[in-house]
Design a protein around this ligand. Structure first.
Ligand code: SAM
Ligand code: GLN
Length: 296
């Protein structure tokens, strides 16, 4: 970037797009716009109608700093501090995974099924295991008034972040956040649904992930053991007995994991049937397993 020239919004966006492109950033224009609108404290649309507006010195300095961090492959969401999920804003931090659009498939599926359970009349309770930012449980609580949730994570940083998100979304009164190992903190409780997007990347595949993920997101949020299935093995064994009759468990899964996970779930004597749902790219992304009987 040359000094002494006038940097307008339009010009700096073009420059950044090219620079990010040369550095191998996947969505150079979008990232440039999101970072600049963050610095200016404006919506992205503002940039389009103010291409000729020059940046102030302080704005330019702050933007340059973000550009340098972005080329070090720090995810945009960490740089701006938030990410949208199910139309809601979640604070993010390096304590946990940035919520992914794929996970909205799990939330949609749970939303539809929870609404149908008992015709929406009973007081529904669900659990979110490995809650991270709280994306899954908080978006469900938002769209399903009257429900309550317990959410578990092994990371104290993630629990603190999820609590902040609950507060910001006005949902704190309906969710208990618990630090601990998988189902340990909720043992003895009963839920109409148990949901999880656990770590599921096979150990050997971690090195093949993009630098944004493998160098910045916590390994404990990604690594699922040698075959990526460690968490499903435990959940399929332990979760069914915490389900109410007629309830279900629903897990996000990685590529080629849906069938083995569904099979694992069906081995449990309390599980009466399973479903597999695809994401928008046609990849089998969600496994649902139903406990037999009807809800009371
Ligand atoms: N649910 C969030 C989402 O969908 O964006 C985060 C999912 S991230 C893939 C998995 C989460 O599980 C991380 O926040 C990680 O800290 C948590 N985790 C890892 N091992 C765990 C364990 N043994 N017990 C509970 N949570 C665990
Ligand atoms: N979908 C995430 C990724 O591709 C992985 C999330 C997980 O392990 N649950 O990086």
């Amino acid at each position: 970037m040359m000094s002494g020239e006038i940097w307008t919004i339009g010009r700096i966006l073009k420059w950044t797009e090219q620079y990010f492109g040369r550095k191998g950033i996947e969505s150079p224009r979008l990232d440039a716009e999101v970072l600049l609108s963050h610095v200016l404290g404006k919506q992205r649309i503002y940039l389009y109608v103010h291409f000729e507006e020059p940046l102030e010195k302080g704005e330019l300095a702050a933007y340059k700093e973000l550009i340098q961090k972005r080329v070090q492959r720090i995810p945009v969401a960490y740089l701006v501090g938030h990410r949208e999920f199910m139309g809601l804003r979640f604070r993010v931090s390096p304590a946990t995974l940035v919520p992914r659009p794929d996970t909205e498939i799990l939330v949609q599926a749970a939303l539809e099924r929870l609404k149908k359970l008992t015709g929406g009349t009973a007081h529904l309770r669900f659990a979110d295991i490995g809650t991270g930012t709280g994306a899954i449980c908080l978006s469900l609580l938002h769209f399903l008034p009257g429900t309550e949730a317990s959410a578990v994570d092994i990371s104290s940083g993630a629990i603190a972040l999820a609590e902040e998100n609950a507060e910001a979304l006005g949902l704190s009164g309906r969710v208990a956040f618990l630090e601990g190992d998988l189902l340990e903190p909720v043992r003895g409780q009963r839920f109409h649904a148990i949901l999880s997007n656990p770590p599921y990347i096979p150990d050997g595949d971690i090195l093949r992930l993009p630098p944004e993920v493998k160098e910045n997101e916590p390994r404990a949020a990604l690594a699922g053991g040698e075959d990526g299935m460690d968490f499903y093995r435990r959940l399929c064994e332990e979760a069914p007995e915490l389900l109410e009759k007629g309830g279900f468990m629903a897990f996000e899964v990685g590529v080629h994991q849906a069938n083995p996970v569904a099979e694992m779930a069906r081995k449990h004597p309390l599980i009466a049937g399973t479903e597999i749902l695809k994401d928008l790219a046609g990849i089998e992304r969600v496994v649902i397993a139903w406990r037999g009987g009807s809800t009371e």
